[in-house]
Design a protein around this ligand. Structure first.
Ligand code: AHM
Ligand code: MG
Length: 329
């Protein structure tokens, strides 16, 4: 009888192809999976545990934090900073990058994370997610890390992934050799490989954009959406959950494009390059999709600040290319 691979076995198999590596990445990916199981558990029982609602605080972007935002941030920070493979962590919830303790001087990796994305859906039992990105540090091991370690182009990512807390909890990640998805079996507390080698369908027909913003967004997005309305050839469908991870995941499986464009009052859009755009862009490209901003590839953007925002278009090739056409015409 064949047995489904666990995430732990899958990570170890990846490592055994490189017998001389230190094992720090294996440890780090394992830590992410452990933290995500804890967060998944908290999300599932939130209504019973009194941890729904506003935490009464705001984050660096002046957005109010939900109690679960704070719990997820604390959980990932605590577990990742204790793991000795991480030298520093940038979190969407924290103003400054976090430099891990003394032992982390030898940690090889930098993590950028949005611990719980989709804040507006937390209280209402709609899918939310964690998004993470792993870079190799650029300062030599043993020396204090610097800003340059955090501000790296998306092309430098060693691994990226997301955890979707939906009707089931899934962890999807890439280390640059394809995209694989694992489903958490809550009865045994283990992620099992359920979606091997995920690929965007060649032709997608779903577009995900906040329709209420269309009046204030720039002409190319208006034009793209107009085309979707008028073109009967593809049977276009609009689907917008308002949780990037959930919208991205659906589009990855069924084909589609996610759009958060430039707006007249927010020229850089809303989403943060390092936490919300670069990691799914790495996954998208590994799965045969495309990820762009207003004039180029997301992964080629050199970040200049930790919480930088950027207009974002990601998904199936046919749709992102159509969007690109609108952007350049
Ligand atoms: P958050 O980091 O505060 O949760 O914001 C990010 C979320 C994305 O998950 C989602 O796609 C988008 O914001 C929705 O924004 P809007 O309500 O403006 O459409
Ligand atoms: Mg977010």
């Amino acid at each position: 009888m064949s047995k489904t691979k666990t995430l732990g076995e899958f990570i170890m198999d990846g490592q055994s192809a490189f017998p001389f590596v230190s094992g720090q990445l294996t440890r780090l990916l394992t830590d992410i999976s452990v933290a995500s199981k804890i967060v998944s558990h908290q999300v599932n029982r939130a209504g019973l545990a009194g941890i729904l609602g506003d935490a009464g605080s705001t984050n660096v972007q002046d957005e109010s934090q939900q109690k679960l935002d704070v719990i997820a941030d604390d959980t990932f920070m605590r577990i990742l900073s204790a793991g000795k493979s991480v030298a520093g962590i940038g979190s969407e919830e924290q103003e400054e990058a976090f430099i891990c303790g003394d032992e982390a001087r030898n940690g090889k990796y930098i993590v950028l994370i949005d611990p719980l994305d989709g804040s507006s859906n937390i209280d209402v039992n709609v899918s939310i997610g964690t998004i993470f990105s792993i870079y190799r540090r650029v300062t030599p091991v043993g020396e204090p890390i610097s800003e340059a370690d955090f501000l790296q182009k998306g092309t430098e990512q060693i691994a990226a992934g997301y955890v979707l807390y939906g009707s089931s909890t899934m962890l999807v990640y890439t280390t640059g050799t394809g995209v694989n998805g694992f489903t958490l079996d809550p009865a045994v507390g283990e992620f099992f490989l359920s979606h091997p080698q995920m690929e965007f369908p060649e032709v997608g027909s779903t577009y995900s954009v906040n329709g209420a913003l269309l009046d204030t967004c720039t002409e190319p997005t208006k034009k793209f959406v107009q085309r979707c309305h008028e073109d009967n050839s593809l049977n276009y469908r609009a689907r917008y959950i308002g949780s990037l991870v959930a919208d991205f995941h659906r589009n990855l499986i069924h084909g589609g494009i996610y759009i958060y464009p430039s707006l007249s009052n927010k020229p850089n859009g809303k989403l943060r390059l390092l936490y919300e755009c670069s990691p799914p862009s790495f996954i998208a490209e590994q799965a045969g999709g495309i990820a762009i901003h207003d004039n180029g590839r997301i992964l080629d953007v050199q970040p200049t600040e930790l919480h930088q925002r950027i207009p974002y278009y990601v998904g199936s090739k046919n749709l992102v290319e159509a969007m690109q056409e609108c952007l350049s015409s």
